[in-house]
Write a protein that binds this ligand. Sequence first.
Ligand code: TYM
Length: 327
Amino acid sequence: MKRILSGIKPTGQLTLGNYIGALSHFKEYQDDSEPFIFIADLHALTLPIEPEELRKNSRDIAAFYLASGLDPKKATIFLQSAVPAHAELNAIVQNYLYMGELRRMTQFKDKAAKLKETAIGLGLFAYPVLMAADIILYDADEVPVGEDQSQHVELCRELVKRMNHRYGDILRMPKAVVPKVGARIMSLTDPSKKMSKSDPKGDIFLLDDPKAMRKKIMGAKTDMGPTVTLDPLEKPGIHNLLTIYASLDGISLEEATHRFDGYRYGDFKKAVADKLDEVMIPFRKRYDEIVESGSYREVLRDGAKRAIEVAEKTLRRVQEAVGLLVV
Ligand code: TYM
């Protein structure tokens, strides 16, 4: 069976971008593939975070996974930190990726640009190494992610190529799968910027109440010209709202454009806000029930057991291949 691996980092409140670009797709794989979906909590330590916040965010992501329709009988859901093999494989594979490659990563450049040199942790720099270890450990064939993570998956592919060349075919070659619509949801206040947990202006958060979500959609920056047309360059704000609508409705961008052809912006935004209600209100309700019941705890415990079994085997394979004495 095809293996799927993806994760979300518990660094802040999840955004509509995380939902549309990644989270909402995970369940699509569970009937004919084997998904391993985890909470990238070790990655969350790469920038300063309060312990309580990290714990709450991690719990939230577990609840969001379940609320999105992932079935723990079909998908393995776990915390990265509960599977020691991630850190162990990281210690091995870090020797096969190079400073120059890591320095070129867009995410690192963006994040580092906001920090003083003395405040850039080694973990932030080495972030894609751990991410490569995450992917390799589960022999993942496909990695469903938003567009901003595809560069990291490319680097992982490079690593796999390198190690396979050196040691024989020991690792499975993964590939990033980016959604056709919604791989890069933009900020509602500035459609030239990505909607992002780390730069939350213009974000819709999955825990916003429906009123707040509607207000943000109605206040979204739009463009010149009174009616809806598809034009990513001249009308990036409308393009973003059309993308949000199309993703939530499961239709193509062309279909969405056709549906709202000639609509005035106010009416169109109202339709987007209604669609968001339709998807998010039941989602939020499921999230609340899961948090209330605490059922995510057992899911994470069971998930870690299963993940450890699979990850340990790969780790062992790599340890033997590189010449560590396994006794
Ligand atoms: P993270 O937590 O930043 O984001 C989680 C997922 O959401 C996607 N995403 C978006 N998609 C569309 N539009 C947006 N505006 C938007 N913002 C975020 C991201 O592309 C991602 O798929 N490094 C990862 C976590 C990770 C991981 C992994 C993922 C760690 N190890 C191994 C896959 C495989 C991250 O920080 O995602």
